[in-house]
Ligand binder design. Sequence first.
Ligand SMILES: *[C@@H]1O[C@H](CO)[C@@H](O)[C@H](O)[C@H]1NC(C)=O
Ligand SMILES: *[C@@H]1O[C@H](CO)[C@@H](O)[C@H](O)[C@H]1NC(C)=O
Length: 371
Amino acid sequence: MVPGKAKARVFALFFLFLLISCSEGKECTNSPTQLSSHTFRYGLLSSGNDTWKSEMFAHYHEDDHLIPTDDSAWASLLPRKVLREEEEFNWAMEYRKMKKNVQSSSAGSFLKEVSLHNVRLDPSSLYGRAQQTNLEYLLMLDVDNLVWSFRKNAGFATPGTPYGGWEAADVELRGHFVAMMYASTHNETLKEKMSAVVSALSKCQDKIGSGYLSAFPSEFFDRFEAVQPVWAPYYTIHKIMAGLFDQYIFADNAQALKMVTWMADYFYGRVQNVITKYTIERHFRSLNEETGGMNDILYKLYSVTGNSKHLLLAHLFDKPCFLGLLAIQADDISGFHANTHIPIVIGAQMRYELTGDTLYKVIYSFVDCPI
Ligand SMILES: *[C@@H]1O[C@H](CO)[C@@H](O)[C@H](O)[C@H]1NC(C)=O
Ligand SMILES: *[C@@H]1O[C@H](CO)[C@@H](O)[C@H](O)[C@H]1NC(C)=O
């Protein structure tokens, strides 16, 4: 390669990098574009109107973003800047940095939760009838149809037909469902059905072999990590993880705990990769796309496994550009997409309850009070 040319390229890329960091440094959410609404995004993606799509996705500056391959080429051109090999990213250090100034004590006594197994609704009440309707709906769902996209994604044969709506095979958000119904009804027909879903999903996870489990390909996460347009893949992953975790908590399914732990390990590897190859800012910037309650489920998982990796990963989903505003009790937190940000606050509360980290009490109380 001609050295002068290489130098010019390094400079151009570096300039581009500065430009991107300056223009997007303060971005904290994918609103105000209407893309935050799943209904809107569904309409957009299924419209076939490319003009409209490119208008709506313009804020990603598609041409400016480095694709993962370009990005690593850039990183190896600037080895001293980002990737000092002698200073391999130190996770224990990163964790201590995040914990700095945190007074870690037991959070204190909270109201004691009554097990769902011990609560029954009066069947003639409005709530009892609503629960019965929901139970009957869940029982109508067919296992093969429900796991159709998961099997397809794992390369298995796909008996049945995929459901439509959010579960349609061409919807990027496909593959999310959760369950607590069993604990409050002890309906054994439902239990058999849930167990069949968990074991079908387990086979898919084994076949893929990395811990990844989803109804869409892991390539969606390449786009997420490259800050390219993609439809909230962690939002869906959170639902799957929370559903599996609940299968363990409410239905004693030990297999489901193994599965959700393996998923956490997989995503730990992905986030670690983003931070070591690029920067932690890049990881935090990717969180502008909706991530559901990833922090919440990882805190809950940590409460069962006691694995500090799960705690660290949970912290890494505590979206700082949003929780920071709550921590300083900023005057104006309007304009944030509720479905994206309320789950993050719930996760912040879980952090306080588990770790006694008082800053997080300040954070969630600030949201609790005005509402
Ligand atoms: C496509 O979207 C553009 C921009 O929103 C709009 O002006 C145009 O009317 C749309 N075309 C069709 C065929 O709906
Ligand atoms: C589960 O609930 C459905 C709907 O109410 C009912 O038909 C079925 O008999 C129940 N199964 C068991 C094992 O009780």
